[in-house]
Design a binder for this molecule. Structure first.
Ligand code: PEP
Length: 248
């Protein structure tokens, strides 16, 4: 039985004050023995969240990590810096990074490796655009994005990682994949990993992301290969985020 994981992606939203309030409100809704809940916050708020979440049930992650270890990379944040901020997770390859900031399959694989070098669990985001789905390219796209990481990091590296399947057409659009559409891709991802290592395939958490809300979470999370959610918009509201968490 895989442990489930509900992860918020706050993106570039909020202020220091609102971030602290949101974090407090989420923590107030958790019990000491709750597990499998995390938020990925803007870099500049990680220090405040580190102080607030020490010894709490809520884990913290970053929304990206540099593809280099250290040096002359102005504006970048390294994995060792994130480790100092007590990050448990780092997203890599979010579609907004891929489409607006030019993150490539290759640089995403480097980011994945950098996170793992510091013991941070990379959350590898993969998924197809609407045009790719309509061209029947969904499986080719997610396989390519996954294989780029496996080729660079090795299949064993997936043991300490999470995958988030996020169809780009469902992110922030209010249109979610149907339970069956999502399950079909999750199953294919798990089978691709199983072809190389069945133990890792059985264990790896594969999250769904794309307009997950309290109203559709239950159905998605009930699917056999959907182990949790990566939640953008609905994670900015503590009550909605907690409702999704409790719907597992
Ligand atoms: C995301 O950005 O990872 C995401 C899933 O966003 P939303 O839930 O708003 O679609």
């Amino acid at each position: 039985m895989r442990q489930s994981l509900i992860m918020g992606n706050w993106k570039m939203n909020g202020s220091l004050e609102s971030t602290k309030s949101l974090c407090s409100a989420i923590m107030e809704g958790l019990n000491a023995d709750d597990t499998g809940i995390a938020v990925c916050a803007p870099y500049v708020y990680l220090s405040a969240l580190k102080d607030m979440t020490t010894n709490s049930a809520l884990s913290v992650g970053a929304q990206n990590v540099a593809d280099q270890t250290s040096g002359a990379y102005t504006g970048e944040i390294s994995a060792s810096m994130l480790k100092e901020m007590a990050c448990t997770y780092a997203l890599v390859g979010h579609s907004e990074r891929r489409s607006y900031y030019g993150d490539t399959d290759d640089s995403v694989a480097d980011r994945f490796c950098e996170a793992q070098k510091e013991g941070i669990v990379p959350v590898l985001c993969i998924g197809e655009t609407l045009a790719e789905r309509e061209a029947n390219e969904t499986f080719n796209v997610v396989n390519r994005q996954l294989d780029a990481v496996i080729e660079k990091a090795g299949i064993d590296a997936l043991e300490n990682s999470v995958i988030a399947y996020e169809p780009v057409w469902a992110i922030g659009t209010g249109v979610t994949a149907s339970d069956e559409q999502a399950q079909e891709v999750h199953k294919a991802i798990r089978e691709r990993i199983a072809a190389k290592n069945t133990a890792i395939a059985d264990k790896i958490q594969i999250l769904y992301g794309g307009s997950m809300k309290p109203g559709n979470a239950k159905g998605l999370l009930a699917m056999a290969d959907i182990d949790g959610g990566l939640i953008g918009g609905a994670s900015l509201d503590a009550a909605s985020f907690l409702e999704i968490y409790r719907s597992i």
